[in-house]
Design a protein around this ligand. Sequence first.
Ligand code: ADP
Ligand code: MG
Length: 399
Amino acid sequence: MTDPLDALDLPDGHRLAVVNAGAGLAATPMVHHDGWRRARPGDGAAQALLDLFAAHQGSRRIGRFTVRSWTPRSAKGERPMGVDQTNESVIVGDTAVVKWATHLQEGPHPAPRRITVLREAGFTGMPTPWGLITWRPPGGEETVVAYADEYLPGAVDGWTWAVDAVTSAAGARDPDAVTPTATALGTLIADLHAALASTASTATDADAHRWHRAALDTLERACATGDSVCGATLRARRAVVAQEFGILRTLAGATVLDGHGDLHVGQVLRSGDRFTVTDFDGNPVLTAPERVMPIPAVVDVAGMAQSLSHVAIVARRHTELDPVAVRAVEDTARRAFLHAYVGRLRVLGHAGLYDPHPLRALRLIQVLREMIYAAAHLPRWMYVPDAALPALLDDEETP
Ligand code: ADP
Ligand code: MG
């Protein structure tokens, strides 16, 4: 292995190294056995990280690293959870998950502040955070290298649980069967925003201008994605969509906060009856500086509301369900989600955080992002925006 750029010592002959991994920087757990080598689950590096957190609560700087620790607990016994696009995750003692960042995101990273604020507000709708380590490159901004949080046994994300809920309600021709689940989701997101309310401020004219420019830029890029049903639809109705985006220009003076920023059903885990929000890495389509900027709460709400439409499209694709029944379930789910969100926010005294006016325009942006993403990375996902775009454009009463 090449020499690390930097390393943080962990207890018992382990360390967390920042290495050049070709495509970018990676955080790598290391173990000492006649010299340093990469640690695998079972080598004790994740346990050592939890021991480091347990030894000292609060925040401290160690060279270019900052260690934030929130629990005196530790755990023993490692097993792999798996490797995804951003992390290698290790389950420790069936109580914690350690996530090593295998692809360091360009800083500033939104998670440290979001997670700190949520924790201090007593928010329980996320897996309980155990600790977080960031690293600041020379001349650069702080980014996350390792994170540990509560392990939720059997957790699945909404591309599983929401698809299952819509499939079973549509199969039974009982749209109201999704209401409890959609209500739990709306309540969770209202609790999230209420817990982030201390970060609220007012959007400037420059913010509104930037959102409008970005939306028109997204429209242009989506129109330029080659042959697809949604591409043709969008090019034919480009002027109408551009006009809808005009509402973003009017958002100067709107309330903004440090929201989730990349909210959709895939960011909500279900473990038994418990729903939790995860992944505060910010929206990958934005630049790093944009990812930490405050947003209107309706941006998160639109991301979640539109993902419920995408869930219905996925459910239809993989089953023989009657499209009319699926549509009824989708409408019920979205209405129940929005109703619960607004109701809960009001109960918590934070109704002022949410203005629904840009909801439809923001849902459209979400569809265009799916088009751009599918065209660039995942062509087999294009059936989702192919179905979602005409449905949204033709639905006059869409909130
Ligand atoms: P990413 O989006 O970067 O892949 P996430 O934080 O969204 O990372 O997690 C990816 C998956 O890992 C989730 O869909 C879930 O299945 C699992 N997972 C994440 N955190 C936990 C946790 N605390 N407990 C159990 N499973 C988890
Ligand atoms: Mg995720």
